[in-house]
Design a protein around this ligand. Structure first.
Ligand code: F6P
Length: 559
């Protein structure tokens, strides 16, 4: 293979998206497709084999997307014109793809089966990664097997991960998804929110002598995590001596000085590195809570599933490359069909937290309005991602999906094989998922609705009125993603699929998916607001009213 185009050259080319020849052809293709009904596309011979792919234990059915072979070909051309192959090569090679922070984004190295040295700043990170993985899995094994004892000699039965965002969402999602793989030695809890009620309600039920806290914070400066960790520490010290903390608190961070200040013992610290983004970090020591729940063997299988998908992403031709296709489909919907709202609909209660996890992964990564060189983008970026587990979602917001006026796309996600639950119920879930994808695609016309009502014996005048209410416009694009099984390997592949989808889209859009400057302003303002609330003044307007409420001066008069 030829040497990839150097990173600075790729960076410089990032801005010119709408000037790409494929961009203009895609605009024409979209205008043509806009007149075609999705149901008609679906009825074309060989539609399903032409618009579905299988790799790394995952199956992607995109036959219900509003595109034809010509449009798909143009999207693949666009990927070529955006130098996607070179960007992928740079990602895996550890180049500084996170330009604003001058760092690589090497989450792939956390699960790689490649043993050849990979250097970041002169250090072989393969060694670092395997050493830290071995350390954290050694502790995880003791906890998962019920061998980890608290200060008083009793086995730990409850593990509480204190973290937020990337130090929480993936851990919650994976631990819930892999419930059948948990060893059962410990209960897992996750505390994230700033207001403290989540922690307070949990601590009411726990015994300090049997509880282990993981303070999980890449920066170790995140306010939510600091406040909750300090509260947990105070709770422990109410019944245990200071010397007990070493058995009841471990931490994961890049920030050694902050861990010093918190008093985390050296042996209880696990490393993460600045070349791993928080939302891409569950594969590192950040995933300790997962490993403590499912044990080291299953944790390694999770890594292995992701590694298989990575190898596919790095080597498969784009026409059969699942993350590339998924990313391009999103670009097609958003930039050419004007659909920038995307529902994630897992048909498995175990995957109920997948939408929340993907919300951070996609929106924090690609919610950017400037190109890599800092110029305003001239095209839409960053999809709005939301969702809920089916079939619950059918009884909440599907009415709007079927008959409302908003445009959206959807990913339906499910394991093909049942993973517990009473016999037949998994089948019912799959049937519902397929039915919803079909209904969203094909809809129901007024003529069909009228025929059905008349066939049911309704008087014609009434049937004609009601038929309008029973129209389903359809034409809503969706994909179905099937895992062979919801097991550690399959889930690892699924998460890696979405991580790389995000990267593909960032490359097309010419933006940096690995920074998150947009979270800073609100944090700064919150610090100032807190100061205002503390001194009871708060200034004019709402802050002042809030300050008076906090101070108990509700009516603005005397206390
Ligand atoms: O506020 C956003 C963010 O920085 C995320 O990017 C990150 O996952 C989360 O906060 C938590 O950060 P940390 O792990 O440093 O506490």
């Amino acid at each position: 293979m030829a040497d990839p185009v150097p990173l600075p050259v790729l960076e410089a080319r990032s801005a010119a998206l709408t000037g790409c020849p494929a961009w203009r052809t895609l605009q024409q293709a979209a205008a043509g497709i806009g007149r075609a009904r999705l149901g008609t596309l679906l009825d074309a011979p060989d539609r399903y084999p032409a618009f579905s792919r299988t790799a790394a234990g995952l199956h992607l059915d995109f036959s219900r997307q509003r595109l034809d072979a010509a449009a798909l070909g143009c999207l693949l051309d666009l990927a070529g014109e955006r130098n996607l192959a070179d960007w992928i090569a740079h990602l895996f090679a550890g180049a500084d793809v996170n330009g604003t922070e001058h760092r690589p984004a090497l989450h792939v190295a956390l699960r790689s089966r490649d043993t050849r040295p990979l250097r970041v700043g002169g250090t072989d990170i393969r060694e670092l990664v395997s050493r830290e993985l071995a350390r954290s899995l050694e502790l995880a094994a003791r906890v998962a097997e019920g061998r980890y004892l608290g200060h008083g000699g009793q086995p730990v039965t409850d593990v509480v991960n204190i973290g937020i965002g990337g130090s929480d969402l993936g851990l919650v999602m994976v631990t819930q998804a892999l419930a059948p793989f948990r060893t059962g030695a410990v209960r897992s809890h996750f505390v994230a929110n700033i207001d403290g009620t989540e922690l307070a309600d949990l601590l009411d039920r726990l015994d300090p002598a049997r509880t282990l806290f993981i303070v999980c914070s890449k920066s170790f400066t995140t306010l939510e995590t600091q406040l909750n960790a300090e509260a947990a520490r105070r709770w422990l010290l109410r019944s245990l001596p200071e010397s007990a903390l070493a058995r009841h608190v471990v931490a994961i961070s890049v920030n050694a000085a902050a861990m010093d200040r918190f008093g985390i013992a050296a042996a209880n610290r696990f490393a993460i590195w600045d070349w791993v983004g928080g939302r891409y970090s569950l594969w590192s020591s950040v995933g300790l809570a997962i490993a403590m729940a499912i044990g080291p063997v299953h944790f390694r299988a999770l890594l292995d599933g992701a590694a298989g998908l990575d190898e596919h992403f790095a080597s498969a031709p784009f026409a059969g490359n699942l993350p590339v296709l998924l990313g391009l489909l999103g670009v097609w919907n958003q930039n050419f069909l004007g659909v920038g709202s995307h529902a994630v609909l897992p048909y498995s209660q175990r995957l109920a937290r997948l939408p929340a996890f993907l919300q951070q992964l996609e929106m924090e990564s690609n919610g950017k309005g400037v190109t890599r060189s800092g110029e305003p983008v001239g095209w839409s970026t960053g999809t709005i991602v939301w969702g809920e587990a089916g079939s619950n979602a059918q009884h909440a917001f599907f009415q709007l999906l079927h008959q409302g006026t908003q445009s959206f796309s959807a990913d339906f996600v499910a394991p093909a094989a049942a993973a517990g639950g009473p016999p037949g119920q998994h089948r019912a879930a799959l049937a519902n998922m397929l039915a919803q994808a079909e209904a969203l695609a094909r809809g129901r016309t007024a003529a069909t609705a009228l025929t059905e009502l008349l066939a049911g014996g309704m008087p014609e005048a009434e049937a004609r009125t009601l038929a309008g209410h029973k129209v389903h416009p359809g034409d809503h694009p969706s994909s179905i993603i099937l895992l062979e099984q919801l097991d550690p390997r399959g889930l690892g592949a699924l998460v890696a699929l979405y991580e790389h989808k995000v990267f593909v889209q960032a490359v097309i859009w010419g933006i940096n998916p690995f920074d998150q400057w947009g979270v800073e302003l609100g944090k700064d303002l919150a610090r100032r607001m807190a100061a205002g609330l503390d001194d009871g003044a708060g200034g004019p307007g709402l802050p002042g009213i809030a300050a008076r409420l906090v101070a108990g001066d509700v009516a603005g008069g005397s206390r």
